[in-house]
Design a protein around this ligand. Structure first.
Ligand SMILES: [Fe+2]
Length: 368
């Protein structure tokens, strides 16, 4: 058993940032806020954080240039700013990209004498500056995991760095989702769902990680009518979506993700498909290969009748993949090749996964 370890202090409540300003400021003397170009400035999260810091007399500077699927170059630019500014803690605000970037920046500021290759160096010291995370989407769960997924622009490859960097503090407030677009909410909510499913269908899964999955699925199901197009989301949905995402993050913090995530990265890098939309695309095929009792439990707990129902709701919420058939098959073929060379992910599958099984999962949607 891997042991249940969740060292992040989590506050999930209305006005979480202002209520926990003192704990946020206690992480250091000067914060480097790491965020994207727009959403944190629209949804109020950036103002909440800077007001909280200023109220505590804590200095800050901001790097607001994290792109989707952040590149290792971006991490180094943010690191340089953090060093120049004398930052001694890092606050990530946004979706998975800024939150993952914040962890990597915290690592690289701590290891100021190392170059970009340190990010993917498996044997290095993973100590990092303290990190706080404020999620503004509902999928990644990065606020409670040690994972940082970056994109190597030279190799055109999206991959987790080998360093484990748990945030110290996660401040979760559903109100930030009020400003997220419909497709962002759908794509990220399906990312959370795939985390729950991949954590459960996983050799590392145990009673404790499944506790997170079970609660996460039940919470996710509460907002399922929104994804069916039956109603608009309200504030309680935003709370539930954020909570399901955090619970899913806790689940994968223990098990990691498996095949749908492993296949998704190539699709995201080559076709620009949003992360959650890409992982959920491969999830029907993964469920189809799973043990029947597991499959039925997962689908029912999340509020689906069967795989067909899952696929219909996924399409209604996230839409079709925007690529013609030949290109799509070529990209999926490349994803299979990439994953075959990554035996760690395949080893986490609780059923025997040879090349044929992997292809059945990968091409499930195109064959259906
Ligand atoms: Fe994900």
């Amino acid at each position: 058993m891997p042991g249940f370890y969740m060292p992040v202090r989590v506050y999930e409540e209305n006005e979480a940032v202002s209520r926990h300003a003192a704990e946020l400021a206690a992480l250091g003397k000067k914060a480097l806020i790491v965020t994207g170009r727009n959403s944190a400035f629209i949804n109020g999260s950036f103002d909440d954080v800077t007001r909280a810091l200023e109220g505590q007399g804590t200095a800050w500077s901001v790097f607001r240039d994290v792109e989707e699927n952040p590149s290792t170059d971006t991490i180094m630019r943010a690191r340089d700013l953090g060093l120049e500014e004398g930052a001694d803690f890092v606050i990530g605000i946004g979706g998975g990209s800024p939150m993952d970037a914040a962890k990597a920046v915290a690592l690289m500021i701590r290891h100021r004498d190392r170059d970009i290759s340190y990010l993917y160096s498996p044997d290095g010291d993973s100590s990092a500056l303290p990190v706080a995370e404020i999620p503004t989407t509902c999928g990644t769960g990065s606020e409670v995991t040690a994972v940082s997924v970056l994109t190597d622009p030279v190799k055109e490859r999206k991959k987790s760095i080998p360093h484990e960097i748990f945030p110290k503090l996660a401040l979760i407030d559903g109100k930030y989702l009020r400003f997220a677009g419909k497709s962002v909410i759908a794509n990220t909510a399906f990312d959370a769902l795939t985390h729950l499913i991949e954590s459960y269908l996983n050799t590392k899964s145990d009673a404790y990680s499944r506790m997170c999955v079970d609660a996460g699925l039940a919470t996710w199901a509460l907002s399922q009518p929104v994804f069916r197009g039956e109603r608009e989301p309200d504030d309680s949905d935003f709370v539930h979506m954020m909570r399901a995402s955090a619970m899913a993050g806790m689940a994968i913090a223990h098990t990691a993700t498996t095949i749908p995530h492993g296949l998704s990265y190539t699709m995201t890098v080559k076709l620009g498909v949003p992360h959650g939309k890409a992982t959920a695309y491969f999830t029907a095929g993964y469920l189809a290969e799973a043990d029947e009792a597991d499959r039925n439990y997962l689908l029912e707990r999340a509020g689906f009748r069967d795989i067909g129902d899952y696929r219909a709701v996924y399409r209604a919420a996230c839409g079709e993949i925007d690529a013609d058939g030949a290109l799509l098959r070529e990209v999926i073929e490349a994803a299979v090749d990439e994953l075959v060379s990554s035996p760690q992910k395949l080893a986490l599958t609780p059923f025997k996964t040879d090349g044929d099984v992997l292809r059945r999962i990968a091409f499930f949607e195109t064959e259906a």
